[in-house]
Design a protein around this ligand. Sequence first.
Ligand code: HEC
Ligand code: HEC
Ligand code: HEC
Ligand code: HEC
Ligand code: HEC
Ligand code: HEC
Length: 510
Amino acid sequence: MTDPGPNMPSTPQDDGFSYRSLLKNYISLTGLALAGIALANIIVLFIIDITSAVPSPYTGILAYMILPGFLLGGLALAAFGAWRERSRRLEAVPGAPLLPRIDLNQPGQRSRLAVFVSFVVVFVLLSAVGSYRAYEFTDSTTFCGELCHTVMHPEHVAHDHSAHARVSCVECHVGSGAGWYVKSKLSGARQVVKTILNTYPRPIESPVANLRPAAQTCEQCHWPRRFWGAQLKVFNHFGSDEQNTPRQLRLLIKVGGGDPSTGGQAGIHWHMNIANKVEYKSDAKRQNIPWVRITDRNGKVTEYQSTAADAKAMASMTDRRMDCVDCHNRPTHVYTPPDRAVDQALAGGRISPTLPFAKQQGVTLLTAEYKTTPQAIAAIQQGVNAFYKEKYPQLVSTRSGDIKNMSDALAAIYQENIFPEMKVDWRTHPDNVGHYYFNGCFRCHDGSHVSKDGKVISKDCNSCHTVLGQEEGVLPSAVADATPFFKHPVELGDLTSVNCSDCHNGGVGP
Ligand code: HEC
Ligand code: HEC
Ligand code: HEC
Ligand code: HEC
Ligand code: HEC
Ligand code: HEC
C-alpha cells in the first residue's frame, strides 16, 4: 500500500475526488452532536408540554424558542464544516466537478439519497409543527401572564378573577390579522428588553395608548347592536359601626342598546356608541374631560364645554373617539377598592357580618401601606388577631373560627387586588363605569358641560338608572316583592292551578 500523501483525497473515485464523508470533520461532527442533543430535548419537552395539565412557560420557551435555535445552529455548523472540508479537498484536486455526481444505479448512492430526502421531509414537517406551536405558545395566557412574573402579575391575577378569565390576553390586546401580530411581537420584544434591563414603569401605565380599537376586539364577541334592556344590579354596603350595619340598594341600570330591527333604541349603550359619534379631549389619564363633541345619526353636531375648562390646558390635550373602553376600561383587570371588596366578602359570608367592627377593621388593614405582599399578609393577620384580643378578648376563644376566616379573607382580597411590588391598586387604575369611587360617567355628566345653545350633559339621577329598592338594617333577598303578585288581565282565580300554554299558544289567540 502506498500512502496517498497529504494532498490526496482518502478514497479516490474515478476523477480523483470524493464527496463522501464530507461531514467527517471536527466542526461538522460538533454541529451534528449539538443538533442531535437539541432535537432529543425538544422531543422530550414537547411531550411534557402537550401532556401536562398546567403548562409551564419555561417548557415552552425552551422547546419552541431556545432549543430550535440550537438545532438550527448545529445544522448550520455541520454544513459549514462540510463546506470547508469540500473547499479543502477541491484545492487538492484542481478541476474536480463542482457538485457530486449522483448515480442512481449504484445501490449505495440510492440508499444515501433516500436517507437524505427522508431527513429533509421529516425536518420540514417537524419545523412546521414546531413553528405552529411556537406561534400558539407566544399567544397563550401562560406566556403573556406568567413569564414576566412580577411585571404582569397584577394584570394576570386580576384577569384570572374576572368574567374574561377564559378569554386569552391576545384576544383583547392583539386580535386577528398579521399586521397586529407583528406589531405586538415587536412591542413585546421591546418589553422583554425593558424587563431584562429592569427599566419598566411601575405600575405599567394605563390607558394603553395604542390599544387595538374595540371594534376589532371587544366587538368580535359582544355584538354592539345587541339590545341589553335594563339590568338589575344589587349593591350591598356595610357600615363602619360595631354592627357592620348593612344597607342594600337595588338599581335598574338602563343599559339599553340600539338594534333598529327590534326597535329598541335607548339608554346608555345606544346613546353612546352605535348611532352616534362621541369625541372628547382629555388629559393623558383620560380622567379630566373638559370638551365633548357628539355627531348624531343625522350628522348634527353638538359641542359641550365644561364651565371649568382651562383653555391653555385644553390646547395640549389629546383627542379621542369614544368606544367601549372609555367606560369599560377595567373589563378584566379589575382592582376592587377595599371598601367594595370587604362589602362583598361580608355579603357573601366569607367574613362574618356579626364580628364587631369587621368592616371597619378590614378596610383599615387593607388600606395601610406595605412594602411587599408577604409583609402585608403577615401584618393583616396579626392586626386582626391583635384587635380582637385587645377589644373583645371573650371572642378570641368563642369565635376563633370566624376570626381566622376573616384574616384569611382579607389576605386573599389583598393578594387579588393590591400589588405593592408593582405599585398597583384601585387608586392607580380607576374604573370608569359608574361614579361612586371615581368620576367615571361624571367626567362628562357632571352638570357643568354646556353647549352653545344651553344644553347640558345630563346629571339627572334617573337618566341612567332607577332605584328599585333601598333598605337598611337587614339584608333582604336580592329582589324585593314590590308588587307581590302578577295580576292576570282576565280573572282566572288561582294562577298556580292553570297552565299558561293552554290558552297562550304563540299564534292566534289571547
Ligand atoms: C377582555 C379583554 C382583555 C383581556 C382578556 C386582557 N386584557 Fe389587558 N387590558 C384590557 C384593556 C381594555 C386595557 C386598557 C385599559 C385602559 O386603556 O384604560 C388593558 C390593559 C392592560 C395592561 C396595562 C395596565 C393596566 O392594567 O391597564 C396590561 C399590562 C395588560 N392589559 C396585560 C394583560 C395580560 C397579561 C393579559 C392576559 C393575562 C390581559 N391583559 C388580558 C383588556 C384585556
Ligand atoms: C373572545 C371573546 C371576548 C372578547 C374579545 C371580549 N369579551 Fe367581554 N365577555 C366575553 C364573555 C364570554 C363574557 C361573559 C362571561 C360570563 O358571563 O361569565 C364577557 C363579559 C363581559 C362583560 C360583563 C362582565 C362583567 O364584568 O360583569 C363586559 C362589560 C364585557 N365583557 C366587556 C368587554 C370589553 C369592553 C371587551 C374589549 C376590551 C371585551 N368584553 C372583549 C367574551 C369576550
Ligand atoms: C357610556 C359608557 C359605556 C359605553 C361606551 C359602553 N358601555 Fe357597556 N355598559 C355600560 C354600563 C354602565 C353597563 C351596565 C353594567 C354596570 O353598571 O356594570 C354596561 C353593560 C355592558 C355589558 C353587560 C354587562 C353585564 O354585567 O352583563 C356588556 C357585555 C357591555 N356593556 C359591553 C360593551 C361593549 C362591547 C361596548 C362597546 C361596543 C360597550 N359596552 C360600550 C356602559 C358603557
Ligand atoms: C366623554 C363624555 C361622556 C362620558 C364619559 C359619558 N357620557 Fe353619557 N353622554 C355624553 C353625551 C355628550 C351625551 C349626549 C347628550 C345629548 O346631546 O343629549 C350623553 C348621553 C348619555 C345618556 C342619554 C341621556 C338622556 O338624556 O337620555 C345616557 C343614559 C348616558 N349618557 C349614560 C352614560 C353613562 C352610564 C356613562 C358612564 C358609564 C356615561 N354616559 C359616560 C357624554 C359622555
Ligand atoms: C350618566 C349616568 C348616571 C347618572 C347621571 C347618575 N348615575 Fe348613578 N350610577 C350610574 C351607573 C352606570 C352606576 C352603576 C355603577 C356600577 O355598575 O358599579 C351607578 C351607580 C349608582 C349608585 C350605586 C353606587 C354603589 O356602589 O352603591 C348610586 C347610589 C347612584 N348611582 C346614585 C346616583 C345619584 C344620586 C345620581 C344623581 C346625582 C346619579 N346616580 C346619577 C350612572 C349614573
Ligand atoms: C283560560 C285561558 C288563559 C290562561 C290559562 C292564561 N291566560 Fe293569560 N290571557 C288570557 C286572555 C284571554 C288574555 C287576553 C286579555 C285581553 O286581551 O285583554 C290574556 C292575557 C295575558 C297577558 C297580557 C298579554 C296580552 O297580550 O295582552 C299576559 C302577560 C298573560 N295573559 C299571562 C298569563 C300567564 C303567565 C298565564 C299562566 C299563569 C296565563 N296568562 C294563563 C287567557 C288565559
